[in-house]
Design a protein around this ligand. Structure first.
Ligand SMILES: NC(=O)c1ccc[n+]([C@@H]2O[C@H](COP(=O)([O-])OP(=O)(O)OC[C@H]3O[C@@H](n4cnc5c(N)ncnc54)[C@H](OP(=O)(O)O)[C@@H]3O)[C@@H](O)[C@H]2O)c1
Length: 300
């Protein structure tokens, strides 16, 4: 396998590269703006909104499979810059899918549980999409473009958790910091997801990349949890009190977009295809991270 990974400098992309290194997978790693190296792989900045640059870099890469993890991935960023969100998440994805189709190679596109409205969970692959955010809407459009080719696969991921392997902290890092400094952090008690760790997601995606099944797959975690429950269980796992974790409602935030209440994914299709793929509980997934003082955390 010669993997072309977009978004290699992102949170998920870094975990993917780390896993590629441990499996000795040949990777061409594209970033957006960042350069340098990550886990021994040179990062090549390729602006996905520049069609000529993408076509040239694609030809040079000569991949056997594409894992497309680049996106404007935060709902707040998409809301602030809807045109940019459309260019990156929809148009650039469509072009990449077309290049892969022309090269007769499969593309795995990372989508999100945010394509649903949160009113009818748990969601199966065939359920009607109805995004409540611009981010979700761009993901719906990108899925349509990708699914025009039967050789391509859309993987809808849930909320991902774990310490950042980049210089930008994740929400999980913010919880660790709050616990360490006994600072209060607000966590929704009334918004449910089926969270998956970055580590498990990256391993499972690479297993899929080996022979993508086509169509849509839900790759959620085994438990339906609110962020507040996740915070409480993280505190208990680390042997800390959970006083820092403050239960808040998703309706408390002065947000211009409504937040879906329940985005639990039914992942039985994926589990049926890959029954041996590890699917750890929240605590078992936490145990795959190694928390140390000083550097805060590293992976085992
Ligand atoms: N994190 C989650 O909980 C979650 C949940 C469900 C689905 N997802 C999906 O998973 C994927 C990865 O998310 P993430 O959390 O890893 O996002 P992230 O940390 O924000 O990373 C985004 C990546 O996209 C790249 N990128 C942005 N604009 C680009 C452009 N114009 N051209 C080329 N590359 C560009 C960035 O490159 P630079 O930083 O180098 O500019 C970065 O590598 C996304 O599709 C996201 O929607 C994430």
């Amino acid at each position: 396998m010669r993997l072309l990974l977009t978004g290699a400098s992102g949170q998920l992309g870094s975990y993917l590269l780390r896993e590629c290194l441990s499996q000795s997978i040949a990777v061409v790693a594209w970033s957006g703006r960042r350069s340098g190296e990550s886990f021994g792989y040179p990062l090549r900045p390729v602006d996905l909104t520049d069609p000529d640059a993408v076509a040239d870099a694609f030809r040079e890469a000569a991949p056997s499979v594409v894992l497309h993890a680049a996106a404007l991935a935060r709902a707040s960023e998409c809301r602030a810059e809807p045109r940019r969100a459309e260019q990156i998440n929809v148009h650039a994805t469509a072009r990449l899918a077309e290049l892969a189709e022309r090269a007769k190679i499969p593309l795995l596109h990372i989508s999100s549980d945010m394509v649903f409205d949160g009113g009818y969970a748990p969601y199966r692959e065939g359920d009607a999409v109805c995004p409540l955010s611009i981010y979700g809407a761009t993901k719906v459009e990108s899925e349509r473009a990708v699914l025009a080719s039967p050789r391509h696969t859309v993987v809808r991921l849930p909320l991902l958790f774990g310490p950042s392997l980049t210089d930008r902290p994740t929400f999980f890092d913010a919880q660790l910091k709050a616990l360490r400094l006994c600072e209060s952090i607000g966590l929704f008690y009334d918004e449910w997801r089926t969270p998956l760790s970055y580590f498990v997601a990256s391993r499972s995606l690479l297993a899929l990349a080996d022979s993508p099944p086509g169509g849509v797959l839900h790759m959620g975690g085994p438990e339906r949890l609110s962020r507040f429950e996740m915070g409480q269980r993280l505190a208990a796992f680390l042997g800390c009190g959970d006083q820092a974790m403050k239960a808040i409602s998703r309706t408390d935030l002065p947000d211009v977009e409504p937040r879906p209440a329940d985005l639990a994914l039914d992942s039985s299709h994926w589990r049926g295809l890959y029954p041996r793929q590890p699917w750890p509980s929240y605590e078992a997934a936490l145990a795959q991270f190694h928390f140390t003082e000083g550097r805060e955390h590293t992976l085992t």
